[in-house]
Design a protein around this ligand. Structure first.
Ligand SMILES: CC(C)(COP(=O)(O)OP(=O)(O)OC[C@H]1O[C@@H](n2cnc3c(N)ncnc32)[C@H](O)[C@@H]1OP(=O)(O)O)[C@@H](O)C(=O)NCCC(=O)NCCS
Length: 330
């Protein structure tokens, strides 16, 4: 009997814009300090897109790197799925723009909206296409320009976010034991008010819609999101350990959504996970939403912290609320 088709990560890539924004820059205009930001979040600096950078241009650069790493030509890609909450436009999708920039031909391309879980959600879509045999080379992109939805008068939020893009190429594998073992997705729309990014379509939602005031920029209830993030990160790592047992693997590296080092530390401490088993790069990039997991994954691979045959866990959580994980052997 034939084995069911399994998808595998064939290559990864990432892009960060060149403008480095250290914590001190915020202290010039806000009642904050490098010390507060470092100790309360772990962030030292983040990158901001230049005038010519957009989610689509940055996503394209990350995608080119992932395609090169996978040894796949743009003409051989047969689906693009992009996670973003900061698309260049509502229409066309950022995935369509990336498809045009890469000159992939008339392959299907669409965006997935799941905030900071956007990349893992997009990966789950790609995984289903590969498993079903309807796509053999899928480009999955997470890309964000959060600096363009940041309220620079609000010290509670603007210091947290950065701009970046990450990408992977997914394709089928015959290699037993390798590939995507399990992807788990969750959402709780009843808690939608905890993180919101407005749209030009409904700039002033009606009163009573459970919407926070002054909805021009990203708004967030940081304290509640913090609690949610610690709980879900722990839950998903625990669940992945069980999933791992079922496939006879051990997690070598956890690649969590990069939000706040205190969130990651709280989960690690409770689960007795050593720091070397987790990728943390939020000190350099802050929270880059849908770009965060593929950016950290690409760093983990390029710095040799994980490689072929290693089992890794991608974990993301954010607006929606949404939370998600992917257990993968590279
Ligand atoms: C936002 C976050 C850093 C705040 O840290 P915290 O330790 O929870 O801080 P609190 O919200 O309890 O605020 C404590 C005080 O610090 C102040 N504060 C907040 N941001 C500050 C800043 N940048 N500089 C100085 N003081 C700040 C608050 O105003 C508050 O002051 P008050 O006690 O006088 O009211 C933290 O809750 C967090 O990281 N949450 C998750 C955020 C996230 O990334 N979400 C995205 C989607 S996953």
């Amino acid at each position: 009997m034939n084995r069911p088709t399994v998808s595998k990560i064939l290559g990864t890539g990432s892009f960060v814009p060149s403008r480095v924004v250290p914590n001190d820059e915020f202290a010039q205009t806000l009642d904050t300090s490098d010390e507060w930001i470092r100790t309360r979040t772990g962030i030292r600096e983040r990158r901001y897109a230049g005038p010519a950078d957009t989610s689509a241009t940055m996503g394209t650069l990350a995608a080119r790197e992932a395609l090169a790493a996978a040894g796949v030509k743009p003409a051989d890609v047969d689906l693009i799925v992009c996670g973003t909450v900061t698309p260049d436009m509502v229409c066309p999708s950022t995935a369509c723009l990336i498809q045009a920039y890469l000159e992939c031909g008339t392959i299907p391309a669409f965006d997935v909206g799941a905030a900071c879980s956007g990349f893992v959600y997009a990966l789950s879509v790609a995984d289903q296409y590969v498993r079903a045999g309807t796509a053999r080379r899928v480009l999955v992109v997470g890309t964000e320009v959060l600096s363009r939805v940041s309220d620079f008068t609000d010290r509670n939020t603007c210091i947290l976010f950065g701009d970046a893009a990450g990408a992977v190429v997914l394709g089928p594998t015959d290699d037993p034991g390798r590939g995507v073992h399990q992807i788990r997705l969750y959402a709780d729309g009843s808690r939608q008010e905890l993180i919101q990014v407005p749209s030009m379509v409904t700039p002033n939602p009606p009163p009573g819609a459970g919407v926070l005031p002054n909805l021009r920029y990203l708004r967030m209830n940081g304290r509640e999101v913090f609690k949610f993030a610690v709980t879900k990160l722990k839950e998903m790592i625990g669940q992945a350990r069980e999933d791992c047992g079922a496939v006879g693997k051990r997690i070598k590296l956890i690649v969590p959504h990069q939000v706040n080092v205190r969130i990651i530390d709280a989960a690690l401490e409770d689960l007795a996970i050593p720091p070397e088993a987790v990728v943390v790069n939020l000190d350099k990039y802050g929270n880059t939403s849908a770009a965060s997991v593929p950016l950290a994954l690409d760093e983990g691979i390029r710095t040799g912290r994980c490689g072929p045959g290693d089992t890794i866990l991608l974990v993301a959580f954010g607006g929606g609320l949404t939370w998600s994980s992917a257990l993968v052997t590279l």
